[in-house]
Write a protein of this length. Structure first.
Length: 237
């Protein structure tokens, strides 16, 4: 008996298809890693300069994750509690408070994380006693978004304030507030008053995680071709 390399057509097609899919997934993860690395770099360098937006300059006039100073009046009567937010493994909420500025839209200020009380009916006390105008500093960021759309829950229209919501869209928050909102939020600096736990981190998975996923997919492509090679060897008389 001797061994010959005689690949079957259906095995060859299946192996090539699988390898192509794995290679494509690898490049997709690699590009996500590149994009995430650029995003983390912007987050890291956003503190290099503090830009004063005053009471009217739009938050969208500067780059994402830029550290800014803004002025306005905090609306403590209409606040949102972002549900499903964790800190060091503990469940809780992030408190979003509208900052009314000289010109619309208002800017939502993320005042930080507060713990879950253990009972859904008992919401944390986020009463805001600030009166008159304030000037705050922080970092501009997008609203947190879920990995799966099933995690979304818009603020209930009939619910009292503060309204609990989970990964809403900015349009949903604006509809609940009855006023236009900026496309970005302000992550309140840790030294500023009116805040809670503020341990801001760059969003998403670390870039290295995506790069490692890419290498794994490419390894699967190599294994698919190796398996095809092994299955293509047959014994003949």
């Amino acid at each position: 008996m001797r061994r010959v390399f005689a690949p079957r057509a259906h095995y060859t097609l299946l192996a090539l298809l699988a390898a192509a899919v794995f290679v494509r997934l690898g490049f997709w993860q690699w590009q996500r890693g590149v994009d995430r690395e650029a995003q983390w770099q912007r987050f890291a360098h956003g503190t290099d300069q503090l830009i004063d937006l005053g009471a009217a300059r739009p938050a969208t006039a500067v780059p994402l994750y830029q550290r800014v100073r803004v002025s306005g009046e905090l609306d403590g009567a209409h606040q949102f509690l972002l549900d499903n937010r964790t800190w060091h493994g503990r469940a809780g909420y992030e408190v979003l408070t509208p900052l009314k500025r000289a010109l619309p839209p208002a800017l939502l200020v993320d005042r930080g994380w507060v713990p879950f009380a253990g009972v859904r009916a008992q919401l944390p006390d986020v009463t805001l006693a600030a009166a008159g105008g304030v000037t705050l500093s922080g970092r501009l960021a997008p609203l947190p978004s879920p990995g799966l759309a099933s995690g979304r829950a818009a603020p209930p229209a009939q619910a009292p304030w503060p309204k609990v919501t989970s990964y809403p869209g900015m349009d949903e928050l604006a509809a609940a507030l009855g006023a236009p909102l900026s496309a970005r939020i302000l992550l309140l600096d840790a030294h500023e008053p009116y805040g809670y736990v503020r341990d801001w981190q760059a969003p998403g998975l670390p870039p290295l995680r995506h790069f490692s996923y890419a290498v794994q997919w490419w390894s699967f492509a190599a294994l698919a071709l190796l398996a095809w090679g092994v299955l293509s060897v047959r014994r003949v008389p």
